[in-house]
Design a protein around this ligand. Structure first.
Ligand code: HEC
Ligand code: HEC
Ligand code: HEC
Ligand code: HEC
Length: 469
């Protein structure tokens, strides 16, 4: 499965160089029908030493050519650096800084060589503080194992292969518990949204200089970079991962992160201007139509009481989290809705009001993250969330590109969850794939995005899934 998918990906790469990276990946995923069923810097809090990928590479460790280990596959490094697949993206992250695009971005911004610019290395490498670099540490690893699993040296390294190590004892020794949805989301969002740690924020200036947009969904992106098997052994040690929970907690953590960063003046502004990174890109990047006949190129959005003509805060995760709350944590839904409306409204009032409202919204998202992490999953969860995303209350909020992309990723992720749980057969899912592919098509080209077409595609995909529920 993994091989076929990698080949399709490699094939699609050449033809569609200008599409956003994440959509290239996702379009392939839709074709492949299912994920392979098997198939600041993490841990710096522990103060351990970052030992580098080479220190994990022994053939009795994670450096095997075949994934035939007794407990874990042991070919994790091969998957992490697979050149033809998104699973290898992290190993390429440092090298891309040296490519033409990377160097152009850095040159436009006066950052010198991108491969030594701290503003880039925070996300494109395991940029450990100099005092915490072990003998085999090298920046050229890119985003190495310890970016996610945590600094290993003087920490969990020696203990994790010595019996009787358990997951709990490894975590106690400093290993990052990535099986926990909120923890995992926090680790990924540092780079796949931004953080207040050094060098982990993509500014609008970087995007204007040529950096791709950043789009993320926890469950989907976890599957895309997966280098472990979810087999009986894994579930015995860590439990069965619940995709709906990963997706939902991922949304809550993304809202918390975005509003939490926005609440800090050093991120909210760039000079006299707001930091445009936080806003809907197309609200500013449009053609002007100011002829005698009024012809609006944007739709007003019922979820956002902002002054007419102002750029809206990018609310892709806020919309999803509203839907999640409505379906899975109804007792919190109204409070979250209110905080979200108040936040948008405060944008029209003043910077202090907006930041205060951002903090309030961030807190509500935190409450939802905890509730979603702790709640027992129900059989019909995915069906209920899909129905709300495509329902009357939510669809009018899909007026912007980013929110629409997030909605398709959601439907895709939730359908996959239903298949894995055996609630939808593979045959039935294959029938619905065509509808989902149409929804992906509607967001394929950001500049050709038409909200009404997208909503129609979303409704037909969700409707087809709903009929199975
Ligand atoms: C907040 C984290 C972050 C920072 C800071 C950051 N990047 Fe990135 N960069 C990413 C992510 C995430 C992607 C992948 C986007 C995607 O596919 O969703 C990426 C993609 C890229 C790509 C495209 C890679 C490809 O495979 O086509 C280039 C080039 C790049 N970044 C260069 C830079 C440069 C140069 C800097 C410094 C000026 C920088 N980045 C700063 C997170 C970051
Ligand atoms: C982008 C983040 C990230 C990077 C980089 C990364 N991993 Fe992982 N890894 C994960 C996640 C997420 C999981 C699944 C959750 C879990 O069980 O901990 C995982 C799972 C694993 C597992 C299986 C754990 C088990 O209990 O079965 C091993 C082994 C592993 N990774 C080793 C590595 C090695 C070796 C590297 C470097 C070559 C690496 N990882 C790089 C995120 C990452
Ligand atoms: C230290 C920063 C960092 C962390 C932490 C991180 N990533 Fe990434 N990730 C990147 C960068 C940078 C890229 C783009 C690299 C490139 O294009 O070459 C990337 C690319 C990816 C891609 C490929 C996307 C594409 O469009 O090809 C996936 C999938 C991904 N990351 C998933 C995850 C997940 C899941 C986590 C958390 C478990 C995570 N990442 C944590 C920096 C990071
Ligand atoms: C509040 C308005 C605003 C928002 C929101 C905004 N931009 Fe911009 N963007 C600008 C301005 C102003 C420029 C400077 C170039 C110019 O004068 O047109 C610019 C320039 C750019 C350029 C370079 C254009 C060129 O002609 O070379 C890119 C690319 C870009 N922005 C991408 C983005 C992305 C991606 C987002 C969303 C994350 C975004 N912008 C959000 C106002 C905005």
């Amino acid at each position: 499965m993994r091989r076929v998918w990698a080949e399709v990906f490699a094939g699609s790469r050449g033809q569609s160089g200008r599409r956003p990276v994440f959509l290239r990946v996702i379009a392939v995923l839709a074709l492949a029908a299912f994920y392979p069923a098997s198939g600041a810097i993490g841990g710096s809090a522990s103060g351990g030493t970052f030992e580098g990928v080479a220190s994990c590479a022994g053939s009795t460790c994670h450096g095997r050519a075949e994934g035939n280990g007794a407990v874990v596959r042991q070919d994790e490094i091969a998957t992490w650096q697979e050149p033809s697949s998104p699973s290898g993206a992290h190993a390429r992250a440092y090298a891309v800084l040296g490519g033409r695009r990377g160097q152009q971005i850095a040159a436009s911004l006066g950052l010198g060589n991108a491969q030594s610019a701290p503003a880039c290395l925070g996300c494109h490498a395991t940029n450990a503080p100099s005092g915490q670099r072990g003998a085999k540490f090298t920046l050229t690893d890119g985003v190495g194992c310890e970016s996610c699993h945590g600094a290993a040296g003087g920490s969990w390294l020696a203990e994790h292969y010595a019996l009787p190590a358990t997951h709990a004892s490894n975590v106690a020794a400093g290993l990052t518990p990535l099986d926990n949805p909120a923890v995992r989301a926090g680790v990924c969002l540092d780079c796949h949204y931004g953080s207040s740690k050094p060098g982990q924020f993509v500014t609008h200036a970087m995007m204007a200089a040529g950096h791709p947009r950043v789009s993320f969904e926890l469950d989907l992106f976890s599957a895309l970079q997966q280098h472990h098997n979810i087999d009986a052994d894994y579930t015995r040690r860590k439990g069965t991962p619940d995709s709906v929970r990963f997706w939902a907690v991922g949304q809550a953590e993304a809202v918390q992160r975005a509003t939490g960063l926005f609440a800090q003046p050093k991120f909210a502004f760039e000079g006299a201007f707001p930091q445009f990174y936080f806003y809907d890109c197309h609200s500013c990047h449009r053609t002007i139509a100011d002829g005698p006949q009024r012809k609006l190129t944007f739709e007003t959005n019922p979820g956002r009481p902002i002054p007419f003509g102002n750029p809206p805060f990018n609310d892709e995760n806020i919309i999803m989290l509203s839907a999640v709350a409505g379906a899975l944590v109804p007792g919190e839904a109204a409070r979250f809705q209110t905080a979200s409306r108040d936040f948008h409204k405060a944008m029209g009032q003043g910077p202090t009001e907006a930041r205060t409202a951002a903090q309030a919204l961030s807190a509500r998202a935190g409450v939802l993250s905890e509730a979603l992490s702790g709640r027992a999953s129900g059989n019909a969860d995915a069906f209920r969330v899909i129905a709300i995303i495509a329902g009357e209350a939510t669809t009018p909020r899909f007026t912007d590109y980013a929110g629409s992309v997030q909605a398709v990723m959601a439907i895709d992720t939730l359908l996959n969850a239903l298949v894995r749980e055996g609630r939808v057969t593979q045959g039935a899912a294959a029938g619905i794939r065509g509808d989902i592919a149409r929804a992906y098509k509607a967001v394929e080209e950001p500049n050709a995005y038409r909200p009404a077409d997208f909503r129609a595609a979303l409704k037909s995909a969700a409707g087809a899934i709903g009929r199975l529920g």
